[in-house]
Design a protein around this ligand. Structure first.
Ligand SMILES: Nc1ncnc2c1ncn2[C@@H]1O[C@H](COP(=O)(O)OP(=O)(O)O)[C@@H](O)[C@H]1O
Ligand SMILES: [Mg+2]
Length: 242
């Protein structure tokens, strides 16, 4: 048992990805332990989004290995992640037009095996997201940008994933909601969800993270404990300025 608990929840080794002939992710090694919040940082174009998309099976030309709870999944088709308990909230939130908040949340349970009490699942998740609870019957796309981001996160959480990959969740969102969102991330962790975060908001992200990796030109150039990176202005200015 002691050995099992030492195994990272997500273990990535030699991850590579290409768009046509452009080699965008160049041999990344990193891991995320169960119960951690880990941030990937780096300036625009460094390869952060491509790293997440590659892990999710959304970049066709990829190489390396990725294990979730010990099981290799990188070569598997994209939909297998959902069943393993690995969820993804992309930068573009993909709230489905014409559907209410409630219906968008129900989409988070599509494809699950067996019968689900959709109403109960939505009620449960709404308790964690008071802003959504008040707006369940409103059209999803009528929400503010920040509320839509909350909806995208809630929709990922409905299926109770073990780990969520989040791409720039604070982008374009007003500060008050960003604070709320980061508090939510801490609550999610305390309830046992593991998070891999991509964030440009370095101070906020490091403030709630256990560890971070810095990516530059498709490679990891630095990694460390979040609190130490938070004090390292030089590294932040060199690699994280937008
Ligand atoms: N769909 C795509 N096709 C071709 N090149 C892309 C595509 N998406 C991103 N890129 C390029 O890949 C590099 C990494 O991009 P990205 O992963 O989006 O970086 P980040 O998320 O760190 O800003 C950039 O040079 C970007 O221009
Ligand atoms: Mg990006």
């Amino acid at each position: 048992m002691a050995n099992e608990s030492k195994q990272p929840l997500l273990q990535v080794a030699g991850l590579n990805a290409w768009y046509d002939r452009s080699h965008v992710v160049q041999g990344l090694d990193f891991h995320v332990d169960a119960g951690e919040i880990v941030t990937l940082m780096g300036r625009n174009g460094a390869g952060k989004t491509t790293t997440l998309r590659t892990l999710m099976g959304l970049v066709g030309k990829r190489g390396g290995t990725a294990r979730f709870d010990g099981r290799e999944f990188l070569a598997q088709p994209a939909h297998t992640r959902y069943h393993m308990g690995l969820a993804y909230v992309p930068e573009e939130r993909r709230i489905v037009p014409g559907l209410t908040v409630r219906e968008n949340l129900q989409l988070g349970l599509l494809g699950r095996k067996g019968r689900h009490d959709l109403a109960r699942a939505v009620d449960e998740i709404a308790e964690t997201f008071p802003r959504l609870k008040e707006r369940l019957d409103q059209e999803g796309t009528s929400l503010s940008g920040g509320e839509q981001q909350m909806l995208a996160i809630a929709r990922a959480m409905v299926a109770k994933p073990r780990m969520i990959l989040l791409d720039e969740p604070s982008e374009g969102i007003m500060p008050l909601l960003v604070q709320e969102m980061f508090q939510l991330f801490q609550r999610m962790r305390s309830q046992g969800t593991t998070l891999l975060l991509v964030e440009q908001n370095v101070e906020l992200a490091l403030g709630i993270s256990d560890r971070a990796y810095i990516i530059d030109q498709g490679a990891i150039v630095h990694s460390g404990v979040a609190s130490e990176l938070l004090d390292d202005r030089e590294i932040q200015e060199r690699y994280c300025a937008v």
